[in-house]
Design a protein around this ligand. Structure first.
Ligand SMILES: Nc1nc2c(ncn2[C@@H]2O[C@H](COP(=O)(O)OP(=O)(O)OP(=O)(O)O)[C@@H](O)[C@H]2O)c(=O)[nH]1
Ligand SMILES: [Zn+2]
Ligand SMILES: [Zn+2]
Ligand SMILES: [Zn+2]
Length: 254
């Protein structure tokens, strides 16, 4: 899949152009694993630095993850429009190319910075650290990071966020938590989006909830539509609680 994130640790490439011993495979594999370990260790150090910065500034941070098109940007548009007068937000947008999502967020009036990952299939802590240089963090209470649409690799990369939030839309099939367990295990929250489409698709919400609970006992689930607005009030209330929980730092910005 990607060249730089080490997202396929069990890949076993066969080269049939030249004869080679199985030992070469083993050495190659050991090298690959050690590069992956280095990449993740470096990422974890930078994520810890981001987390310290968020704590110092009293910023609550969410990392939105999902497959492409589940509705991350739509959720942000709805959320920012509804809450921007109560909570001061900043948004980091991750996509391989284009500033389309950043343009959509900018239209809400909230500060936003787009990160293009090029060939990369996920945001990493280094990109986020530099992305933060574009904001006045003293004025930010809640940072929303929209990750690259990809249900696999972003699971492995801590960005220093408080929580990962997985979106799953009802057109994707209710078995996604079982098929991509890493992502749902890494997420404390799951939003089932596009419930306005339930009359038209085969999607069993009860089963989806049960599968998510199976891979991540206690995962918090919201059922929402970013089209009709259904269910979003509970999500907004939860966000408000998180800001209050961050305490004095945040209130002093008020
Ligand atoms: N019917 C319906 N459509 C939705 C809903 N939420 C988003 N959409 C549509 O789904 C499409 C993708 O939504 P986006 O918000 O761009 O999805 P995304 O997750 O940000 O996509 P990427 O950034 O490409 O990963 C758009 O056409 C949205 O209008 C919803 O609740 N109901
Ligand atoms: Zn990858
Ligand atoms: Zn988007
Ligand atoms: Zn740097």
């Amino acid at each position: 899949m990607c060249i730089d994130c080490g997202c396929a640790p069990t890949d076993h490439h066969h080269h049939h152009d030249a004869p080679h011993s199985h030992e070469e495979h083993t050495v190659q594999r050991r090298k690959t694993i050690s590069i992956e370990e280095d990449i993740l260790a470096k990422n974890n150090r930078l994520a810890a630095a981001n987390r310290t910065l968020f704590a110092d500034k009293g910023i609550f941070t969410l990392n939105l993850v999902s497959s492409p098109g589940s509705g991350k940007t739509s959720l942000l548009e709805m959320t920012l429009s509804a809450l921007k007068n109560e909570i001061s937000f900043a948004v980091l947008e991750g996509d391989q190319q284009t500033a389309n999502d950043a343009d959509r967020i900018a239209a809400t009036g909230v500060p936003v910075h787009q990160i293009n990952t090029g060939a990369g299939c996920h945001l990493d802590a280094h990109m986020v650290g530099h992305g933060l240089e574009h904001f006045n963090l003293d004025a930010v209470q809640m940072l929303m990071i929209e990750n690259v649409g990809n249900l696999v690799c972003p699971a492995a990369f801590d960005l220093g966020e408080d929580f990962k939030v997985s979106l799953l839309s009802v057109t994707e099939g209710e078995d996604k938590p079982l098929k991509y367990p890493q992502m749902f295990r890494a997420s404390e929250i799951m939003l089932i989006n596009k419930i306005d489409l339930l009359p038209y698709v085969r999607f069993d919400i009860a089963r989806c909830r049960e599968y998510a609970e199976r891979v991540h006992p206690g995962i918090k689930i919201f059922e929402v539509s970013c089209y009709s607005g259904e269910g979003l009030d509970e999500w907004y209330a939860w966000l408000g609680e998180q800001v209050s929980a961050k305490g004095l730092m945040v209130r002093s910005k008020g």
